[in-house]
Ligand binder design. Structure first.
Ligand code: FE2
Length: 181
């Protein structure tokens, strides 16, 4: 398996987690009871898997290599991607703050929660389009295979602390079963 294939497969799992989060946000926005436990798990998925594992793997290995070996325009794309990484981290932090203090949200807070979820989801989807459409192919074409030899091993060590795909696929399966029907 190529390192980029590992990242593509992260994307598929992230897409599933985002679909759950969108459903939950719509439910909250429409005035449904706040699904505290499910929401906590979905936010943990964002914080630990999406940011702590996936974005970390890209920021540490793929993005610097693409910037170094790709054309000048690719370095600009990498800069933009890293900026969006920061936005995703900040937005996720706001979601955690929303959730923590109260279970009973006002109408305004419900809307704020849903808008923040929509902002995180749209940024992550934009990242996935840019990466799969531009950066992964650049990596596959331009980064010498020797340079990528230990990437999968390094990915595994990043995954160790917070859990990789198998762990998170299993953890979010009950959420997907409840919310994606
Ligand atoms: Fe990605």
């Amino acid at each position: 398996m190529r390192a980029t294939d590992n990242l593509r497969s992260d994307h598929a799992l992230i897409e599933r987690g985002l679909a759950v989060l969108r459903q939950m946000a719509t439910h909250i926005e429409l005035g449904g009871g706040f699904p505290a436990e499910d929401c906590a798990l979905a936010l943990l998925f964002l914080r630990d898997f999406v940011i702590g594992v996936h974005l970390h793997k890209e920021a540490r290995l793929l993005l610097p290599a693409a910037a170094m070996h790709g054309a000048e325009t690719i370095a600009q794309v990498v800069g933009e991607v890293l900026r969006v990484h920061e936005e995703v981290t900040e937005l996720t932090h706001s979601l955690v703050l929303f959730w923590e203090p109260v279970i009973l949200l006002s109408a305004e807070e419900r809307l704020g929660f849903a808008e923040t979820v929509a902002a995180v989801v749209s940024r992550l989807r934009r990242l996935q389009v840019v990466e799969e459409g531009t950066l992964f192919p650049v990596c596959e074409r331009e980064v010498p295979v020797d340079d990528q030899l230990d990437w999968l091993q390094q990915f595994a060590s990043i995954e160790q602390a917070r859990g990789g795909q198998p762990v998170w696929r299993e953890r979010i399966a009950p959420l997907a079963a409840r919310w994606l029907v």
